[in-house]
Design a protein around this ligand. Structure first.
Ligand code: GUN
Length: 295
């Protein structure tokens, strides 16, 4: 079997087109321009690229964006005071504080300080809780993107055996919660594997849908999957530099070998990555509609 390649680039483009139309309509009918504020502390090169992409995508879709770059030695109190100001700013519907934060800043305290109504990352405990009980306002962007990839590529999620490798708060736990919901495009049987799992391959070989967010190249090899599996690879591992100076990226799955057994698989890059930013835009549009009483 040679797998269908699930293109996140293409599916993200489709969703962005839909959002662009919706944003134009909000502007025209309601004079409402969805706004996102991004906050970056320090100079981590990968984070700078991510924040830059978020800002650019906002502009491309006709949204308002503002970017706050703070030095690495910014005091926690100063960051909290910026968050407080953004919480009160009516132009700003969504606030994104790029993670990781420098070690001297308490990440939890900062995430708790964001108004849950503006928490377009879906990381505030109020939004985590709402997702858990099946009434989400904002679904975290990466798992939301994974869900859309599955649904829009025609994967049979309802009733499927889904195995998630990785239990992070950003990916593993929320995607497990999403696919557990008794809803269309979900309603799966979900198993979550992690570093404490005795025999990961025992579980992955049973999967109809395998979602891998382990943070390690070749964490999943061909002998660990069954014929016909649908594979979503969330990994982003930099394994060196090409002659052009660009980073060489690979996922967590041995793509070349696993694609020979899978019925569908996401590539890295061009799989989950482009979906994450798109879902951030979708959450920001939703925040603007909620703030205006339109949703
Ligand atoms: N760093 C890596 N992924 C994310 C994300 O989804 N949101 C934020 N705020 N920071 C991140």
């Amino acid at each position: 079997m040679t797998a269908q390649i699930i293109s996140g680039t293409e599916i993200a483009k489709q969703i962005r087109e839909e959002l662009k139309q919706e944003i134009a309509g909000l502007k025209q009918k309601h004079n409402l321009v969805p706004g996102l504020a991004t906050v970056l502390v320090g100079e981590d090169p990968a984070s700078q690229v991510y924040v830059g992409q978020k800002e650019k995508t906002c502009q491309a879709l006709g949204m308002y964006s503002e970017r706050h770059d703070l030095p690495a030695d910014t005091a926690e109190a100063a960051l909290l005071s910026l968050v407080d100001r953004l919480n009160k700013d009516p132009k700003v519907h969504g606030i994104l504080v790029q993670l990781p934060l420098p070690k001297h800043i308490n990440e939890t305290r900062v995430l708790y300080a964001i108004d849950p109504k503006k928490d377009v990352d879906g990381f505030h405990p109020v939004n985590v809780g709402k997702l858990m009980i099946g009434e989400p306002d904002y679904i975290p962007c990466t798992p939301h993107g994974i869900w859309q990839l599955l649904v829009r590529s025609g994967a049979q999620v309802e009733g499927a055996e889904v195995v998630v490798v990785g239990r992070s708060n950003i990916v593993g736990k929320p995607i497990a919660n999403i696919l557990l919901q008794k809803k269309k495009g979900a309603n799966a049987t979900v198993t979550v594997c992690h570093t404490g799992t005795r025999d990961i391959a025992f579980h992955t070989r049973r999967a109809d849908i395998l979602i891998v967010a382990a943070g390690r190249p070749k964490a999943v090899t061909a002998d660990m999957v069954k014929e016909g599996v649908v594979v979503i690879d969330v990994g982003v591992n930099r394994i060196g530099k090409a002659e052009s100076g660009k980073d060489i990226l690979v996922g967590d799955v041995d793509f070349d070998a696993v694609k020979e057994k899978a019925s569908a698989i996401t590539p890295v890059p061009g799989g989950v990555g482009p979906m994450t930013i798109t879902m951030l835009m979708l959450n920001t549009v939703k925040a603007a509609k909620l703030a205006a009483g339109l949703s």
